[in-house]
Design a protein around this ligand. Structure first.
Ligand code: TLP
Length: 343
């Protein structure tokens, strides 16, 4: 049985060009800053995003956590949109590793109101002070939704007025930039630091880039080592990252089109509730009465997904998923839905 794996774009395997580049990569000890391929990758992404410097991180979670530790001191609050990955899916690391306190603000489709962010900023002697502001673009838990640039710039202005660092969890920032039709530098402009994953839609096996000013990256370097992310001959991984950036960004729009087709098909199925407005990039969330039961029936028929709550299922398109896979998934999901309808 051919498996259609829609659990995440993290399941993507390196392309033949990536494997070739990995096999041939020139390497050195990156803890000494001597890996030429890592250095080339860092220079490439810094140049493309318009930042002074970049750091190759093992994972998106570590990249975010290093950014938080670098920007904000212990005992401070981090303002983030509800559902933010740094809060929901990083196992409390911001509290455990950096002594930070999350302050979540309402964020329909992952987009907070500026007034709500402003109201969350603390100045009182009786309260933990605000240390920084974080956005997530695309916003995973909201459905892979896009934060419009105008809102990012407004929040950036607020952050500047309040002298607060502004970080973007851009794990899927490449998807957002492609969907917005923006260059990476335009997309990254509002932020003091951005974390961009290579190991999701771009298909690299490992790696996330953290970008920011030279001073920020120098300080982040220490935290990367402290958090166990000082890698040695990491050039074998960085080589795949270079290929990912050079060849895999523009094609993300195909994943977005397939997600839309999948969502449109699903929205017509009985027993499925789906907000088409939330389908803006490569994710499709839909609700059913019993998500774990449907997920296991789907799995038995060869379609892998993630049940994100008792009633919600997430499907993610990526470069291994073809138009035929979308058509087949729709048929298999329709068949898997039927038992819950008759239950
Ligand atoms: N997200 C994973 C799971 O953890 C949910 C996924 O399959 O979507 N920021 C965002 C917005 C993310 O979605 C993820 C991964 C990360 C950070 C963390 O990246 P990694 O997995 O490299 O630590």
């Amino acid at each position: 049985m051919d498996i259609i794996d829609l659990r995440s774009d993290t399941v993507t395997k390196p392309t033949p060009a990536m494997r070739k580049a990995m096999a041939e990569a020139e390497v050195g000890d990156d803890v000494y800053g001597e890996d030429p391929t890592v250095n080339r990758l860092q220079a490439l992404i810094a140049e493309k995003t318009g930042f002074e410097a970049a750091l190759f991180m093992p994972t998106g979670s570590q990249s975010n956590q290093v950014a938080l530790a670098t920007h904000a001191a212990r005992g401070y609050e981090v303002i983030a949109p509800e559902g933010a990955h740094i809060y929901e899916y990083e196992i409390g690391a911001l509290c455990v590793l950096s002594g930070l306190i999350p302050r979540l603000v309402k964020a329909p489709y992952g987009v907070p109101e500026v007034a709500d962010v402003k109201a969350a900023i603390k100045h009182s002697i009786h309260q933990a002070p605000t240390g920084m502001i974080v956005l997530e673009n695309t916003h995973n838990k909201a459905g892979g939704t896009i934060v419009p640039m105008a809102r990012s710039h407004e929040i950036a202005q607020l952050a500047q007025d309040e002298s607060l660092p502004f970080h973007l969890d851009g794990a899927r920032g490449f998807n957002a930039a492609v969907a917005l039709g923006l260059s990476l530098s335009e997309f990254c402009k509002p932020y003091d630091s951005v974390s961009l994953c290579l190991s999701k839609g771009l298909g690299a096996p490992v790696g996330t880039m953290l970008v920011g000013s030279k001073d920020f990256i120098n300080r982040a370097h220490r935290y990367r080592k402290m958090f166990g992310g000082g890698m040695r001959q990491a050039g074998v991984l960085a080589a795949a990252g270079i290929v990912a950036i050079e060849t895999m960004i523009d094609r993300l729009k195909e994943d977005h089109e397939r997600a839309r087709g999948l969502a449109q098909g699903l929205s017509t199925l009985p027993g499925v509730s789906l907000d088409l407005a939330s389908v803006q990039t490569n994710m499709v969330y839909f609700s059913v009465t019993d998500a774990p039961a449907l997920a296991s029936r789907m799995q038995a028929s060869g379609v892998l997904c993630n049940a994100m709550s008792p009633t919600s299922i997430r499907l993610v398109t990526h470069h291994h998923i073809t138009d035929t896979d979308i058509d087949r998934s729709l048929k298999l999901i329709e068949a898997a839905l039927e038992p819950s309808l008759s239950a």
